[in-house]
Design a protein around this ligand. Sequence first.
Ligand code: MN
Ligand code: MN
Length: 463
Amino acid sequence: MSEQKKLREELLLNGKNGYDRVSPEELTDINGYCENYKDFLNHGRTERECVETAIAQAEAAGFRAYEPGQSLRPGERVYWNNRGKALMLAVIGQETLEKGVVIGAAHIDSPRLDLKPRPVTEDSGLCTLKTHYYGGIRKYQWVSIPLLLTGVVERADGTQVKVSIGRDPGDPVLTIPDLLPHLADKQSHKPLFQGIEGEQLNLLIGSKPLPDDDGSDRVKLAVLKLLNEKYGITEADFISAELCAVPAFDAVDVGLDRSMIGAYGQDDRVCGYAALAALLELGTPRRTCIAMLADKEEIGSIGVSGMESQAFDTFVARLCAAQGVELRDCYEKSFCLSTDVTVAYDPNFAEVFDKSNASFLNQGVGLCKYTGSRGKSGSSDASAELVGQVRRTLDKAGVIWQMAELGKVDEGGGGTVAMFMANRNIDTIDAGTPVLAMHSPFEVTSKLDCYMTYKAMKAVFEA
Ligand code: MN
Ligand code: MN
């Protein structure tokens, strides 16, 4: 090797494509993992569905619902279901909780359209459902695509029914028709964010009037009749309901080489699934490991099921109590990998990136020292020591990773649950899968990066 080549290898940062670095055996693992991940996405399109799916997988892997007060032995596997909307799972380690816990924290809520409490309207023979969007969507992306409706309705008598329209093969779907180009001259000249307004996000659900009736709103009545026959609900029951419209299409491979995954809700189920899959495979780890699947990240991590909720503290405090450990002593020694997606460099929109600090598809999981915006505001800026520790852990485990920063300085920004973990006196750093078209109905990730996110989570749990 020439002196110059040696210097290059020793001194310069390696930005090699992950495909030039993985073994043939690992390629097989990547593909197998991603098939399971796509399956998880198809079953979990809301936080409720993700909790259900994750519990089923956890129980199959020997986890049981935690009973407050139960004793905990090393290797024990428990979970806590927070109101059906967030989930905490733990594998008890050999060391006591006084040595701290290792947390993988991801969120399982994704941007979508929620029904308003009084959603059903009829105008000009069309019945639509009014929505209030949830999270940071670009409204123009949600029109003229097939949408499915999923969620629960709490009926007047206190019974609950699950609603699912557009999910099963052959099911009818809902949609929000966009304006035709022929009449869109004025709309086309509006700023993009005003092209479709929030109050225009109305889901088309019917057009056939109730026969033999001479009253008003015959289409609405016919739709309500169908809903009543199928689910036993009335118009008033929408008041106590959580119904979400999400893209109706399944996760698919993208690219002739099948190297990518296109699907709704990869932010942040790609990390949620990684944390879950890594935890379910654990034997008895050195320290207790926790996978935290949080709700409400997309609207600020607030509320009983968000990362700011004391539900997390209550769960860990109970684990601590079983071993006679103070929660604050546990937190002080704990570590959290806040796993949330980051942006992948897109040459189509090169102007928003600092290319030398961007993350790229197929270069592995992205490690983020900080997130935030306008001078790192709203970020948990991990210390040099902490980044150093994680760097060593990932390298030792052969994880392909890269540094990631979300766009140019002052171009925009974003937050994660990291700061809410760090506020608890838990050492926290962000890491996540690079995503193209984040928050769109069809987000794109690389299979290699998805797998490396899981491998990073596993490495941290097993460290
Ligand atoms: Mn996210
Ligand atoms: Mn997000």
